[in-house]
Design a protein around this ligand. Structure first.
Ligand code: FE
Length: 499
């Protein structure tokens, strides 16, 4: 286990090898269903519930490699914690595209991030049909388990079997092909719903101007509010933020040139170019326009690229926003191989705080954490509210860009940090904070993450004590196989495990 002393050694040697890291990008074709019996430590008996994770399970289709992990077919991993035991199950989302490609034994669809049908540009020209791969996030809300991909409708799954039931349209409120984003926010107490929790999500319809649609869902899983807003310019927006009264979007400074995509030369995502001389626009939209506050405010701040935000909260007329920013975005090149990435040549994600003044329209920003980091999580009760602790995947070394091998806890009040590292041969995915039942302290709970262990080419489910991340793991659950590096997931207190 590592403490902050590791920084003294940061420049001596790399904390990883690329070959080890590459091992986590092999397809997992098999579907498993078993009680985990190889465990170091003990699963806390109070930890009851289910962690759902989503991510690309296949990095190839019958041996034909996909061009980028973001194009990989969604695979759900489910880890259920019950009375000190844990059960694992994984299933691919049976999307139309997955079923057709598995049947054909070859790539039939272009991917947003550059996967092309075999046969060169002639086989891909003017083919705008993309595969809904349902690979980005999975949520359990309103008794529905939904696999999310930001450019299309969600897939509904059966939570006990992980069987794919079909696309979800929320009683027709979502129309065929309409997008439902992959980064919903869970409002723990919605003013419009008399303090009941609600789920807020969005979708982007890009064009010369962009339509942003905001969905709010009640506890029954119904869309109870749906509002659309037009904002100028092309938007690439992956994540957003909520406060009790606002939704906040960061419009990354990018250009989109669709011609290489249309000609079959590049994927749509490869046609996005960061414009470093342009500012990032921050779009602040009132959540409840029917209350008379309808004005969309657009603020500007110096450039940076953002995939993920941590949290936002209101302080008087200001909104504080914490986000992971990149100085630049590596372009996905048609001839490149993502497995050969030169980590040191690209900019690290770093944690910044933005101060949005809604009165005078100004934005200030401050670097909070310069260590390479990505995939934040906080206590779910603090979404949209002021908070103290955040947990985030981080590089083992304090400086430079590197794969995520550690988990970092930041005390936003005192500034102190704690680090747990899986280096040299471990690689971490997105952590999830799970509060201990009836806890009083914000950091009383567990941080759970899936860690790829290159030494055994398998993944571990690691449970850490969130109150002290520098301690040894409470439990390390060794799976019988690896899980390809995933994207996002969520924990529910409902238990989905065989009886
Ligand atoms: Fe994401």
């Amino acid at each position: 286990m590592q403490s902050f002393k590791i920084k003294e050694n940061a420049n001596l040697a790399k904390s990883y090898t690329r070959e080890d890291w590459q091992g986590g990008y092999q397809s997992l074709k098999q579907e498993f269903d078993y009680w985990i019996d190889d465990i170091e430590g003990q699963i806390p008996p109070e930890l009851q519930g289910t962690l759902f994770r989503n991510g690309p399970g296949l990095l190839d289709v019958n041996g034909q490699p996909i061009h980028h992990p973001f194009d990989g077919d969604g695979m759900i991993s489910r880890i259920a914690f019950v009375n000190g035991r844990a059960h694992f199950r994984n299933r691919f989302v049976r999307t139309e595209g997955y079923l057709a490609e598995q049947k054909a034994g070859k790539i039939l669809h272009r991917g947003v991030f550059g996967t092309q049908k075999p046969g060169g540009w002639l086989a891909n020209i003017f083919d705008f049909k993309l595969k809904n791969i349902a690979n980005t996030n999975v949520i359990y809300w309103g008794d529905k388990l939904l696999a999310l991909w930001e450019a299309a409708e969600p897939y509904l799954l059966e939570p006990h079997t992980l069987e794919t039931l079909g696309k979800e349209y929320f009683h027709g409120v979502l129309s065929a092909g309409e997008a439902f984003g992959a980064h919903p926010r869970f409002d723990p107490s919605c003013e419009q719903d008399n303090g009941a929790p609600c789920l807020v999500n969005f979708s982007i319809k890009p064009g010369l101007s962009t339509a942003i649609t905001i969905f709010e869902l009640n506890l029954a899983g119904e869309i109870v509010r749906k509002n659309s807003h037009n904002v100028p310019g092309f938007c690439f927006i992956h994540d957003f933020l909520i406060t009790p009264h606002h939704c906040i979007f960061f419009q990354n400074p990018v250009n989109f040139n669709p011609i290489p995509f249309a000609l079959g030369l590049r994927g749509a995502g490869e046609c996005i170019q960061v414009q470093p001389n342009q500012p990032t626009r921050i779009i602040v939209i009132p959540r409840f326009p029917q209350r008379g506050k309808t004005e969309v405010k657009i603020l500007e701040v110096a450039s940076g690229f953002i995939f993920h935000h941590v949290n936002a909260f209101e302080v008087g007329e200001e909104i504080f926003v914490d986000s992971i920013c990149y100085d630049s975005l590596p372009e996905v090149e048609p001839e490149s191989d993502f497995r050969q990435v030169d980590f040191e040549a690209i900019a690290p994600g770093q944690l910044w705080r933005f101060y949005l003044n809604l009165q005078d329209g100004t934005v200030q920003r401050k670097l909070i954490e310069g260590r390479c980091c990505e995939f934040p999580t906080i206590h779910p009760a603090n979404v949209g509210r002021s908070y103290r602790y955040l947990y985030i995947g981080a590089a083992h070394a304090e400086f430079g860009n590197a794969p995520l091998q550690a988990l970092l806890k930041i005390d936003m009040e005192s500034g102190t940090r704690q680090l747990w590292s899986a280096a040299p041969r471990g690689f971490v995915g997105e952590p999830v904070f799970v509060p201990r039942p009836d806890s009083q302290q914000e950091d009383d709970g567990w941080v759970i993450a899936i860690v790829y262990d290159a030494a055994h080419h398998r993944s571990d489910v690691v449970i850490l004590d969130a109150s002290d991340l520098s301690k040894d793991a409470i439990a390390r659950l060794h799976l019988k196989h690896h899980i390809p590096y995933g994207l996002h997931g969520n924990f529910t207190s409902q238990i989905f495990a065989p009886k």
